[in-house]
Design a protein around this ligand. Structure first.
Ligand code: ADP
Ligand code: TRP
Length: 323
């Protein structure tokens, strides 16, 4: 059985892009008998950007509720909050003493902000070291991530490899898994759906609000009766990514025929989302109404995670003479 592991920062309510591009594919892998999955909410990482305590708590709950709403099986696998496992910060310290400064100075997470150094905190600079601890602390073999995280996995491999070279086999060297066939969902303005662009669809919104978001998708002003180009329409582009081929082909034809308005396409998209995600929506709402259940489940996951990382930390302490 190989261990797969991934983390999602608690910086917002997971949007449709996160769910289809990260959460669902990971759940698919986690259900395969040859895999055991660790998924965690990277709330320590979120402190590099989010400073408000209430906001963080809400987002931690939202991310964990999203995993559970999409039916991540916590009996077979492990779901936990990063900060419930303090061993990871101890490991991050050990690893930081083996991480060359230039390696961190080259990381995109830091480099992108290096023009405005007064806005960079040390946590953001050492972000990849904590991420390395997240991974090698659990002997993870496969790490499914988006392309933007590839460099962080390379850094993890370098740190683990050089430690093993000096002290003998201590860490499992993880491999990234980039699913190139996973689609990138466009947002309501046509750019990649992303928290940072404010163009997301939150499928967990109450029906009325969800409808409002879908109705706000940007379109041009071609009148109803005229034919329209589906390839240039944000509504169709989103629909095409999520609906079965037969349904999206049908919408494609209606666009080209004319007599089909953007309002009708938006209604079709809204109804598809509402009906197709009705179970996820119901479970999410139920979980968010009972945060104590969520917290208990997360603590149970943290117990399992602590058991694993404690063994790894023991190995490291012995190698370094801290035992
Ligand atoms: P955001 O861009 O909203 O900040 P993150 O960078 O936190 O999202 O991404 C979390 C996970 O969701 C990553 O694995 C990423 O590849 C995936 N993801 C984010 N946006 C999309 C999208 N529009 N389509 C598909 N997957 C996405
Ligand atoms: N840095 C990742 C992101 O922003 C989140 C993350 C933290 C992570 N630790 C991880 C992902 C460990 C995979 C493995 O998306």
């Amino acid at each position: 059985m190989s261990r797969i592991l991934t983390g999602i920062q608690s910086t917002g309510v997971p949007h449709l892009g996160n769910i289809l591009g990260a959460i669902k594919p990971m759940i698919h892998l986690s259900n395969q008998p040859e895999h055991e999955a660790f998924a965690f909410i990277a709330d320590l990482h979120s402190l590099t950007s989010i400073k408000n305590a209430e906001e963080r708590k809400q987002y931690v709950r939202a991310v964990s509720a999203a995993w559970l709403a999409c039916e991540f099986d916590t009996e077979k696998n492990t779901l936990y909050r990063q900060s419930d496992v303090p061993e990871v910060t101890e490991l991050a310290w050990y690893l930081s003493c083996f991480t060359p400064f230039p390696m961190l100075a080259n990381a995109h997470s830091f480099k992108d902000k290096s023009e405005r150094l007064n806005e960079v905190n040390a946590g953001l600079f050492t972000y990849p070291v904590l991420m390395a601890a997240d991974i090698i602390g659990y002997d993870a073999e496969i790490v499914p991530v988006g392309k933007d995280q590839l460099q962080h996995i390379e850094i993890t491999r370098d740190i683990a490899g050089s430690f093993n070279h000096t002290y003998g086999d201590t860490f499992v060297i993880p491999a990234p898994s980039i699913q190139s066939d996973v689609m990138v969902l466009p947002g309501i303005d046509g750019r990649k759906m992303s928290k940072s662009y404010n163009n997301t669809i939150n499928i967990f919104l109450p029906e009325k609000e969800l409808k409002k978001v879908i109705m706000s998708i940007q379109t041009d002003s071609t009148p109803i009766e005229e034919p329209k180009n589906p390839d240039r329409c944000n509504v169709y582009q989103i629909f095409k990514h999520i609906a079965p081929e037969a349904l999206s082909n049908e919408m494609h034809t209606k666009y080209l025929q004319g007599g089909y308005g953007y309002g009708q396409a938006k209604t079709a998209l809204f109804e598809y989302l509402r009906d197709n995600f009705s179970n996820e929506r119901a479970r999410y709402i139920q979980l968010m109404e009972h945060p104590e259940q969520l917290d208990t489940l997360m603590l149970k996951g943290a117990d399992k995670a602590r058991h694993v990382i404690s063994n790894v930390i023991q190995r490291v302490r012995e190698r370094l003479g801290f035992n």
